[in-house]
Design a protein around this ligand. Sequence first.
Ligand code: NDP
Length: 246
Amino acid sequence: MTSRVALVTGGTGGIGTAICARLAGMGHRVATNYRNRTKAEEWQRAMQARGIEVTLVPGDVGDTASAEAMVRAVESEVGPVEILINNAGITRDTTFHRMTPAQWHDVINTNLNACFNVTRPVIEGMRERKWGRIVQISSINGLKGQYGQANYAAAKAGMHGFTISLARENAKLGITVNTVSPGYVATDMVMAVPEEVRAKIVADIPTGRLGKPEEIAYAVAFLVSEEAAWITGSNLDINGGHHMGW
Ligand code: NDP
C-alpha cells in the first residue's frame, strides 16, 4: 500500500477521530486541525496511547486565511496533502422563522464555505501530482431535509453540488471527489439532541440503532483507497436504512 498524506478536518471530533484512526491504521500519515491547543494535545495523547500518531496544526476551516495556513503547515510538517477529508462541521438548530443571521452564517460557513477554504489550497498540488482523494462529510439531512435544520441542510446539500462539480473538473487528473452522507451517529453532535427527540429518531431507523463513528470511517477509507479510482462524483449513504432511494 502507498502511504499518503491525509488531512482530516475536525479530526478531534467523534467521526473525525474514527477517520484519523482508520487512515493512520492503513499506514497513511495523518494530520488534523485544532482551535484549542490544550484540548487537542489531550486528544493527541489519547490517540498515542492507542498507538495512533496524528500531526496537529492550528486552523479554523471557516476562515479562508486560517485554512490556507493550516494546509501550508501540513505541507511543511508532513508533506503535500494527497487525501483531504472535509469533515469539520457544526449545527445551530432552530426553526427557520426563529433563525438568527448568525445561526445561518455560522453553519454555512463552517460546513460549506470551509470546503472552499480548505480544498482551494490543496487542489492545485493534487492536479500537478495527478493523484488525489477528496471526501466531503455531508449528511442524511442534506438529502432529505430536517425540521429545525434549514441552515445545516442547505450547507450539506451544497456540499453535493460542490462535490460533483469538482469531480468533473478533476476526473482526468487522477483525483476523485465524493461525499459520504451519514445518518445519525453516536457522537457529541447527536448526544446534544434532547433524549426524547433522539429516541424518536432511533425508532425511525430500520436497523434500530445509531451509527458508530467507525462505520463512517470504514466508508471513507474505501473511497480514498487506490482501488476506488473509478468512483467519483458519488455519494455514499450510511444511515442504517434511515433514508433509502433518491
Ligand atoms: P463533532 O462535534 O464530534 O466534531 C466536530 C469537529 O469539527 C470537532 O473536531 C470540531 O473542533 C471541528 N470544528 C468545528 N468547527 C470548526 C471550525 N470552524 N474550524 C475547524 N474545526 C472545526 O461532530 P461529528 O464528529 O459528529 O461530525 C463530523 C461531521 O459529520 C460533521 O461535518 C457533521 O456535520 C457530519 N455528520 C455528523 C452526523 C452525526 O450523527 N454525528 C450525521 C451526519 C453528518 P472543535 O473541538 O475545535 O470544536
